[in-house]
Ligand binder design. Structure first.
Ligand code: DCS
Length: 295
């Protein structure tokens, strides 16, 4: 496997990382996960713009432009022959003796990237998932895609230990997002989701879903709702780069609607599939439309 590190593509064994890397000692950095379908990057521009924004929010300047980062990501896909999976990109504030304040200006950020083969989660997309609500004890800048994921890690572990696939963060009684996903509810034909502010990460998949909803004339309400209201939704789903649009059939073991993926969720999933770089990965070759496929 070829990894990118600071301008070079190296075999994984050749990559040297320092114990003094601020990402390692402080979680002082930001990251992105970009999906690859049939060797084609999906919404790479949006992900890389968010990477630069996340870096800026922690007062870091990336040594690359979006265009250069896309070139790096494409090289990684090519060199590793990746068909379906994702690219992980991470930038830390660099290597310096451990001290909380920023290092001097001669310390440059450390940029690494690698690929992961990862099939689409077909079974979960079809059957749906279970969520467990957990208290959101994270900091107040959830809009930054920071390497500090302890709150997310603990929440996800709690969910998994309760045989759930994803945690549902609740802060001040209001539903915020998943441990690594955004959440949506559907009530009486209206799509509800948390507004994009500092309590959530403004997911790229979230933005895609809002765009699809607009194209499908599904009314959208970007406003907080309570856990009780979530439990009373007709349909519920979570979104992320890897989970795509995952139907939620239970929250805290209580059925959502009929306890099966609902019709509007299915409609959005279908619209999502139709705009992927290709549809072969979905096993839906027969559904390909005339302009629907790359490579
Ligand atoms: N909210 C949180 C806290 C996340 O970590 C993520 C993605 C999302 C929302 C959804 O964002 P995207 O739609 O842009 O993916 N988490 C990434 C992660 O850590 N692994 O995969 C995706």
């Amino acid at each position: 496997m070829k990894c990118f590190k600071d301008g070079e593509f190296l075999a994984i064994e050749e990559v040297k990382l320092s114990v003094d890397d601020r990402g390692y000692v402080f979680g002082d950095g930001v990251y992105e996960v970009i999906k690859v379908y049939d060797g084609v990057l999906f919404t790479a521009q949006e992900h890389l713009e968010r990477l630069i924004e996340s870096a800026a929010k922690i007062r870091m300047v990336l040594p690359y432009t979006v265009e250069q980062l896309i070139e790096i990501a494409e090289q990684l896909v090519q060199q590793n022959n990746l068909t379906v999976g994702h690219i992980y990109l991470q930038v830390t504030r660099g290597v310096a003796p451990r001290a909380h304040q920023f290092p001097n200006e001669f310390v440059s950020p450390v940029v690494i990237g690698y690929t992961v083969e990862n099939p689409r989660p077909f079974a979960q997309l079809e059957m749906g998932a279970a969520m467990k609500s957990v208290e959101d004890m994270r900091w107040l800048r959830c809009d930054i895609k920071s390497l500090n994921l302890l709150g997310n890690v603990l929440a996800k572990q709690e969910a998994v230990e309760s045989n759930c696939q994803e945690a549902l963060f609740v802060r001040d009684g209001l539903v915020r997002e998943g441990s690594a996903s955004n959440v949506f509810g559907i009530k009486d034909g209206v799509l509800h989701t948390h507004p994009a502010n500092h309590f959530i990460l403004n997911g790229i998949t979230r933005r895609v879903v809002l765009q699809l909803a607009s194209e499908l004339s599904i009314p959208v309400k970007e406003k907080e709702f309570t856990l009780t209201e979530a439990l009373e939704m007709d349909e519920f789903f979570f979104t992320s780069t890897n989970a795509e649009i995952t139907p939620v059939v239970t929250i805290d073991r209580q059925l959502i609607g009929e306890g099966v993926p609902g019709p509007l969720t299915r409609k959005l999933q279908k619209a999502f599939d139709a705009q992927l770089p290709m549809l072969l990965a979905a096993g839906h070759a027969d559904e390909r439309n005339a302009n629907g496929s790359a490579s």
